[in-house]
Every structure is written in C-alpha cells, then in structure tokens.
Design a protein around this ligand. Structure first.
Ligand code: G3I
Length: 372
C-alpha cells in the first residue's frame, strides 16, 4: 500500500460508500452524485475553506471529491492573503488549492483578482495613478501567469457596482478612473489568453444593478476587451428573488454573448435585520431568539420549503443549461457557511445541501431527483 495517506483516503471512500449503502438499503439503488447527475449540463462546484484545501478531514475530502467537479477558494486567493505586502506574494495555500484541484480532477476557478474587500492594505495607500497601474498590473500578471493553464476561469473583478448600477468607489476607481475595468481584464488576458474571464457580483437579479452590469460588459466588448462571462453570486433567500427575476437576468446576461455562472449559491433561511421595520441594522441582535429561530435544528416544514426552493431553481438552470457554465455552492455544508455569522454573528443557518454532519439534506435529494 503506497502511502498511509492513500490508505486513509481509500478507507474513507469505503466508509463513505458503506454509509451511503446503509442509507440506500431503503432507497432505490441508482445512487448518483451531484456532479454525475449534472455532468451533461454544467459544472457543480463548491467553495473550499483553508482546512478543506489542506484535506484536514479525509471524509470531507471524499465527499467533496465524490459530489463536486469544480472548486473555488472561499478566501485564500483574495489580495490580503495572496499579496500581503507590495513586494511579497504568498502562494503557499494557492499552490495547495491547485494541487487539490488537479488531484480530484476539478474545474478550478480563481476568486478573485480585483476586489475592494479583503483588500491588501498597501493597495489602499496608493493614490498615484501610475503607481497604481504598475502595482495592479504586477498583481494580476504575476498571479495569472503563475497559474496559467491550471486555473480555468477567474473572477477578474468582484462587486464593482453599487446597487443603483453605478461604479462603486474603490481604491482602483479613485486612482485609475472608470478605465480600470478595461485595464484589469486586458492584463488578465495578456497573462493567460485561454482562461475564462468573469465579472462577478451579488444582487445581479436587481433591475438597476443588472443594467449597470450589462453596461459594464458592453463597454468592455466595445473596446474589444476579452470578457467571457458574468458571475451571479446567488446569495438568495427562501422566497426572493423570484424564479422570473432569476430567469430574466440569465437571459439578459446570456444575450450579451457571454457565459453565465452561478458562483456563490446559498439560500438564507434566517430573518434579515433589514426586514425589521425601523430596525437599526447596527443594533446588536446577537442572542435574539427572533433573529435566530432554529438554534438546534431545522423544522421539517422548512427543510421541505428549502428543498422545493432549490428544486425550482435547478429546474430553471436545466431549462437554460445552454447558457449556464457552472453552479457553485458557497460552501460544502451548513456548518461552514458565512451565513452563520452574517449579518449577525453566532446564528445557526441551513443554506446548503449538506448538514453539519455532512449528511445530504432533503434539498440534496430534490436536486438529484430532477435527473433521475
Ligand atoms: O483570517 C482570519 C483569522 O486569522 C482569524 O483568526 C479569524 C477569526 O475571526 O478571521 C479570519 O478572517 C476571516 C476570513 O473570512 C477568513 O476566514 C474574516 O474574519 C471573515 O470576515 C471572512 O469572511 C469571508 C467574507 O467573504 C469576507 O468578506 C467569508 O469566509 C467568505 O465566505 C465571504 O465570501 C464572499 C465572497 O468572497 C464574495 N461574495 C460575497 C461572499 C460572502 O460575503
């Protein structure tokens, strides 16, 4: 037996298969994983935490490898981590991320080159346009060329729009002006002309923001700048946006001749402070039962609501599979989700397909059943 690690990995697969078998004794025998079920439609991906990239838990690694055929790094490739000081890059974790992707035969996505949040502090200190141009070009070309032929697609720019569709005030807009978008996409394509380049954002089903995103893509296309896709993050709720709004958005972006990816899918089940009339979102809601209604477990009725919501959304994705390149969940299981700590810390949310024990939820079955 070659290496202990391989031995543990194979044993994990056997344990996982056996637990699936036990679970399936009562279920019909055609157990297929997510990635197989949607193999002919679009990639099914997940966002990986640092521990998952480092394969700290072989059972979790086995589940990721079994269910998903695309990966995105949840945090480690953001500028504050990958380029912490102006003169120093830190590729240790990203090299491991790439190795994970190759080992498990994944479509590897890069998240994200240019983003105002989790921005390396030295970037915000640059006010001079020439200095910012040199620094940003070096940032993009050093990273993209290092992973040329390994990273299959990039979020070149993340969240550059305000909710009204205008450009968000960022260190890049301040120092380089509106032209920064064309520059950063140009530099990325010069570093690797074969990787797909995306503009990625949230609330991309909202009319004003959608118009802003369409304007942004068209401006790049008019300048002959390579942009291959639009990423709709998909941080959605149990009842909004509507299937109609999601469909209109997919059709609008696809009509630009670019791919559409659902890049950070999760369904928030908890009340939002913004829905509370007169509530000051900065008010401390921590510990409020009203804002954390399911601290121990999710009632079956809500499990069913979540399963129906995910099934409706995947029916739509299948209807437009020719336009959709990838559907990535923002995390492997409920315990990992950022929605346990945002916008209120310390809540118990259930936005994904696998529960805190990494067991498939009713929502998982509802998506798989569409392909049976
Ligand atoms: O690295 C520090 C660690 O040293 C420290 O011990 C720990 C304790 O607080 O915090 C760690 O930093 C956290 C970081 O994730 C890495 O885990 C930050 O506090 C935390 O705020 C940060 O949250 C991430 C968030 O982006 C930051 O904006 C979430 O995990 C991540 O899921 C989320 O992802 C974003 C996408 O990139 C873009 N779209 C929206 C999406 C959700 O906000």
């Amino acid at each position: 037996m070659k290496t202990l690690k391989q031995f543990i990995f194979i044993v994990s697969i056997l344990i996982l298969a056996n637990s699936c078998k036990e679970n399936n004794d009562e279920k019909p025998s055609t157990v297929i994983a997510l990635k197989e079920a949607y193999n002919e439609n679009f990639y099914i991906g997940t966002a990986l935490s640092e521990n998952q990239i480092l394969e700290k838990d072989s059972l979790v690694t086995a589940l990721i490898s079994k269910e998903f055929n695309s990966i995105t790094s949840e945090n480690i490739m953001k500028s504050m981590f990958i380029h912490p000081t102006k003169d120093a890059f830190d590729f240790k974790l990203t090299d491991k991320y790439i190795a994970f992707g190759k080992k498990h035969d994944m479509f590897i996505h890069g998240h994200t080159l240019i983003w105002h949040s989790q921005l390396a502090p030295w970037f915000s200190e640059i006010k001079d346009s020439t200095e910012m141009a040199l620094a940003t070009e070096n940032h993009i070309k050093t990273i993209v060329s290092r992973y040329k032929g390994k990273i299959n697609s990039w979020d070149v720019v993340n969240e550059a729009l305000n909710e009204d569709g205008t450009l968000r005030k960022t260190a890049f807009l301040d120092a380089l002006g509106e032209g920064y978008l064309a520059l950063v996409f140009k530099w990325a394509s010069e570093a690797d002309s074969n990787t797909d380049l995306y503009y990625n954002d949230y609330n991309m089903t909202d009319v004003a923001k959608r118009k802003g995103a369409i304007r942004l893509v068209k401006k790049l296309q008019e300048k002959g700048i390579k942009i291959d896709g639009v990423g709709m993050q998909g941080h959605w709720h149990i009842d909004s946006p509507s299937i109609e709004e999601i469909e209109e958005s997919i059709l609008d972006y696809a009509s630009l001749g670019v791919k559409v990816a659902i890049t950070e899918l999760d369904i928030n089940l908890l009340p939002s402070p913004w829905d509370l009339v007169g509530a000051d979102v900065n008010q401390n809601f921590e510990g409020s039962e009203k804002m954390n209604p399911y601290p121990k477990s999710l009632p079956d009725s809500i499990q069913t609501k979540l399963a129906n919501r995910y099934q409706d959304i995947f029916k739509l994705f299948l209807k437009h599979q020719d336009k959709i390149s990838r559907v990535t969940f923002w995390g492997v299981n409920d315990g990992q989700s950022w929605l346990n700590d945002w916008p209120i810390e310390g809540r118990t949310n259930y936005p994904l397909l696998f529960d805190r024990e990494f067991k498939p939820k009713q929502a998982y079955d509802s998506i798989i059943s569409l392909k049976k």
